[in-house]
Unconditional design. Sequence first.
Length: 219
Amino acid sequence: MFPRLPREIAQLISALTLMTGICLMTSTSSLIEGCALIGVSVWIMLISESVLLGKVQTEMIGALQELSAKREREVEELLYFLRHSKICSSPLESIESASRFIMNLPHPGMILGPALGIICANEKFTSILGRPEGSLDGKPVHVINDNVVMSRVGELVNEPQHENESAHSLRYVYKHADGSNVFGSLHVIKMVDGCFFMMFHPDKDSIVSQAEIEEMLGS
């Protein structure tokens, strides 16, 4: 195997071999030896340049691979940034972004599917109903509702004067795990694909009650 000599050393050896070959051809009768040395000189240069080009090619391939990997990381970071920005700016445009939003919301809330199944409910919501976190995910919504109230409210919000509204606010009641009623205010926002973004504020967590407001107004 040809030794990996520095290019300058290989050029020096090639030049000396070439000069020796020329001298033998012009100053002596050793024509064959001179031609052989000239051939060796050319061979040394070709092998040296070939080794150098191979090294350069290897380094270029490595640099290109590193650049490609860096570009992939940058594209992934950009896509993540754009996706995160879209989720932050329009959290209700998809079920995925709305679910993330509701789980980080500091108020009781849930995402309700078009078939009246609970897609996800945050810890605040399950807590006020006395249920473990995540226990309502995938469950039908009637398990936490009074059937009579749910049916009547459904009729009211689907009346002509309300059915085209994109959001509703109303008084509501949910059933606690122990069977008691949890009264409060319910805010509903219509989402994509027939889903609903729902926030519930129980009366017991209100800083000021309606009775206290009325008392203030009457004083």
